[in-house]
Design a protein around this ligand. Structure first.
Ligand code: NI
Length: 171
């Protein structure tokens, strides 16, 4: 947090022209995601590339860290040029953390139900409905592509703090 690149609108990817560098980028991002323990998602601006690329996965472990929701597990997904459409105006509060905001966490309102669309590395378009934690993760990661870190979305900053303190009070 504080790096100017994290506040920029990232550029769309043209896979026909950039395939090799984007494939290398996603491979580097996966290595970063896997480095040193379980992490949920990463957006290209977080590794200093201002391109519309996101990777994420949802495991039982990542889910149980912040909330006790039982839902589907999502395998590692690479999203090129993702976009999000809310399916209703219902917002849900939930805890979030971020590799770019180490040591902190906070309560962020997000759309409960979304539909998101993205291209995979082969250029195939996918359209997915998501709710709950899955929906939250996709919104958090796509925010990075529009220069938004989650603290900007916290409504009450008394719900923002150090993870080791907050974890003690998360119900
Ligand atoms: Ni993040």
């Amino acid at each position: 947090m504080g790096e100017p690149i994290l506040n920029l609108i990232a550029s769309p990817v043209d896979l026909a022209k950039e395939y090799e560098e984007i494939e290398q980028l996603t491979s580097d991002m996966i290595a970063t995601l896997n480095y040193g323990g379980e992490k949920t998602g990463l957006a290209a601006p977080q590794v200093f590339v201002s391109k519309r690329v996101v990777i994420f996965r949802i495991s039982k472990q990542s889910k149980s860290r912040y909330e006790s929701v039982v839902g589907e597990e999502i395998p590692l997904t690479i999203m090129i040029n993702p976009s999000i459409k809310p399916m209703s105006n219902v917002l849900e509060d939930g805890y979030e953390a971020c590799l770019s905001v180490p040591g902190l966490m906070g309560i962020v309102p997000r759309y409960r139900d979304i539909e998101y669309t993205y291209s995979d590395l082969e250029g195939k378009t996918h359209c997915v409905r998501a709710s709950g934690f899955h929906s939250r993760v996709v919104q958090h990661e796509c925010d990075h592509l529009d220069g938004l870190l989650y603290p900007k979305r916290i409504k009450d900053l008394s719900n923002f703090g150090f993870s080791d303190v907050m974890t003690g009070i998360v119900p």
